[in-house]
Design a protein around this ligand. Structure first.
Ligand SMILES: Cc1ncc(C[n+]2csc(CCOP(=O)(O)OP(=O)(O)O)c2C)c(N)n1
Ligand SMILES: [Mg+2]
Length: 565
């Protein structure tokens, strides 16, 4: 039986009176209906306030790192998430995940309960401290993972919450809110506050749009890059309208895969430096004007080790809050407003129309062992409109992206931060955030070992993901990125992966361990039909790698700055 919001929750009075009730209700007002976390005594006031608030439910996770990944996944779908951890030991365990959310612009409100002001004032020797009577030791550390933070007391609570929320939304990055236990339970000091609506400076917006229009007018060729931030801010439609008005081709990097349907006539393909299809590479690298919509990340991963030829002088970069054209910066303009202005541009008589790709072939015979060539084309055929796909860093993040995927698929990947284990935790958050869509987790077994215990909570809260785990006997991506593949540190404990759901309390899940293509096909069909979760362990070859990974092996120097990794 899935856990849902308690039936007997006290109704909201509309006027939360304690500090922590105010904080929780204010976050619920942001549209957040779930709080991921692990309780602890210093955080009890936070946990209690969530549990008694009828608008937000407590979602217990196996550890704080998993909870932070789940919150990140949830925020990517819903726009914002809440994470609750306890002082020091809890918040520090969550930090990698919250930092990842910062890097990838995902808005997670990290709420931490700390020792009471009373005890801080008299420098009590308390658990979860160094025993030094100093209580601010971890605030700066957690604050580094956020774009804004506040230590809350009854007097500053209402004002600080508006400041923190506005700043977090402006940057679409995490916020850290820490509150001493006694202050959390104290009545909030009523203060006149009003939520801030982020608007553009009209004059600056006008100048920015005019400057873009001039660049568009003189450019003989344009390519647009809709950035991953559009998905975080849920501005995909607006970006699509702008691109349609411009009539230009658009490309995506792996971070933006499927952000606009890949069947769109203006889609120019996946750009990944030298690994791009030749026609994609030409459209992107030869374009006189590259229109970056939202701030794309041309990092080592998205450019296949900086193997592309992109001239930054040709860029017009529309960020979340500014527009940059060469040395010119137009500040205080919002991405949504620029997109709305671009959507009013007159589209050319003949917008770009792509030449259709050759149909993707699903290859291999039922009795064949599963190769990477047959696996990813099968995954591509399996993924349907309406799916949420969560893709882990590793060989899978190089194998799946070159495949064309169905329309209305949402792909979630942590490409820049690249912390393995993220996808398993994030899939939990995505599944709870968007229960109407099926969540498909695609991960390697090495990554999965970091966070696999979260499967128990997927079952507990009634999520029904389809989990596809590639078992290739170790950290293959690492084997590929080194001159010598057989270092013992790339080996793993040999888990019985397909037994995990049962051991973790998901007895009603459909599970399978598959070695041949025929077995995989049968298991995928059963997974799709299952009403509860499904888990497939796919046995792959130890050194059978997707093409992009073999290419990476030839660019070790560019990736790491020296010949040997
Ligand atoms: C938290 C974290 N620890 C270590 C790494 C380094 N790392 C990157 S990929 C990888 C191995 C992934 O192996 P697996 O999930 O089995 O995928 P495969 O490449 O074998 O398909 C490791 C250890 C990382 N990115 N993040
Ligand atoms: Mg592996």
């Amino acid at each position: 039986m899935a856990e849902t919001k308690k039936e007997n929750a006290k109704p909201s009075t509309g006027k939360a009176t304690s500090v922590i009730d105010y904080i929780v209700q204010r976050l619920a007002d942001e549209g957040i209906t779930d709080c991921f976390g692990v309780p602890g005594d210093y955080a009890f006031p936070v946990c209690d306030a969530v549990d008694r608030n009828p608008n937000i439910r407590w979602v217990g996770c196996s550890n704080e790192l998993n909870a932070s990944y789940a919150a990140d996944g949830y925020a990517r779908v819903r726009g914002a998430a809440m994470l609750s951890t306890t002082y020091a030991v809890g918040e520090l365990s969550a930090i990698n995940g919250v930092m990842g959310a910062k890097a990838e612009r995902s808005l997670v409100y990290h709420v931490v309960g700390m020792p009471s002001y009373q005890n801080q004032r008299v420098r009590k020797n308390l658990h979860h401290t160094f025993g030094d009577g100093v209580f601010g030791n971890f605030i700066n550390i957690s604050a580094q993972a956020a774009c804004v933070h506040a230590v809350i007391d009854p007097d500053n609570c209402m004002i600080e919450m508006e400041r923190v929320i506005t700043e977090a939304r402006r940057n679409n990055q995490p916020a850290y809110i820490v509150v001493p236990g006694d202050y959390a339970l104290a009545p909030v000091t009523p203060t006149e506050v009003r939520p801030v609506t982020l608007k553009s400076n009209e004059a600056s917006l006008e100048k920015a749009v005019a400057a873009i229009a001039e660049r568009v007018r003189v450019a003989k060729s344009i390519v647009a890059f809709p950035a991953f931030t559009l998905q975080r801010l849920r501005l995909q439609k607006e970006a699509q309208q702008a691109i349609e008005a411009l009539g230009c081709p658009f490309a995506t990097t792996t971070m933006e895969k499927c952000i606009i349907d890949e069947s769109h006539p203006q889609f120019a393909g996946l750009y990944a430096g030298a690994l791009s299809a030749e026609k994609t590479r030409q459209l992107v690298e030869d374009a006189e004007l590259v229109l970056d919509l939202g701030g794309i990340s041309l990092n080592d991963e998205t450019t296949a080790g900086f193997s592309g030829r992109l001239d930054s002088a040709r860029f017009v970069s529309v960020g979340l809050n500014d527009v940059r054209i060469g040395e010119q910066v137009f500040g205080n303009v919002r991405l949504a407003d620029v997109l709305a202005a671009l959507a009013k541009f007159k589209s050319p008589a003949l917008p770009h129309r792509r030449t259709p790709d050759q149909a993707q072939h699903v290859n291999g015979k039922p009795a064949d062992k599963i190769t990477m060539d047959s696996l990813y084309s099968r995954y591509a055929a399996f993924i349907r409109p309406g799916d949420n796909v969560v893709l882990e860093t590793g060989s899978a993040s190089l194998g799946l992206p070159p495949m064309t995927l169905a329309d209305d698929v949402r792909l979630h990947i942590q490409m820049l931060w690249g912390s393995i284990g993220w996808a398993t935790g994030a899939a939990f958050g995505v599944a709870l955030a968007d229960p109407k869509r099926r969540t498909i987790l695609i991960t390697g077994e090495g990554s999965h070992q970091l966070t696999a215990n979260e499967i128990g909570n997927m079952g507990r809260y009634g999520a029904n993901p389809i989990i596809l785990v590639l078992n290739n006997d170790g950290y293959m991506v690492e084997r590929a990125l080194e001159p010598y593949p057989d270092w013992s540190y790339n080996d793993l404990a040999k888990w019985r992966y397909a037994d995990l759901p049962r051991a973790l309390g998901c007895a009603d899940w459909t599970t399978a361990r598959v070695e041949t293509i025929g077995e995989l096909d049968v298991a995928m069909k059963a997974a799709r039909e299952s009403k509860s979760g499904a888990y497939i362990e796919v046995i792959g070859g130890r050194m059978d790698m997707p093409k992009a990974l073999a290419f990476a092996h030839t660019r070790i120097k560019e990736l790491y700055g020296s010949d040997a990794a």
